[in-house]
Design a protein around this ligand. Structure first.
Ligand SMILES: [Zn+2]
Length: 109
């Protein structure tokens, strides 16, 4: 698990289990990911069977658990989004590591 697991753990409690079911029911258990037609116009939603409930917006410090920020995703789109978020996290970590490396330079000791 990535370093952010500490603030993710809270989601896997009983409350989250109930919330997840509630969101899946609201979304009729289909993926809400917006899709486009060949010309880039909105063409509704993915509509494949959804098993994951995800935060639309996600920042590292805080998960917004309001219903409006939660949506159902199919495995495929959940994977894509998780990869996007972890790529973002990697960039942030890389920047921090670079800064640390800078101040760890022997010249500063
Ligand atoms: Zn989907």
């Amino acid at each position: 698990m990535p370093w952010s697991s500490s603030n993710r753990r809270a989601r896997f409690n009983k409350g989250w289990y109930k919330k997840r079911k509630q969101i899946l029911d609201r979304d009729h258990h289909v993926c809400q990911w917006p899709v486009e037609d060949g010309n880039g116009f909105p063409a509704g939603i993915c509509g494949r069977p959804a098993r994951a409930v995800d935060h639309r917006r996600h920042d590292m410090a805080h998960d917004d658990d309001r219903d409006s920020n939660l949506w159902s995703l199919c495995d495929w789109h959940h994977n894509i989004k998780t990869q996007m978020e972890s790529a973002e996290g990697k960039r942030k970590r890389a920047r921090r590591n670079r800064e640390r490396a800078y101040y760890d330079h022997p010249a500063f000791k």
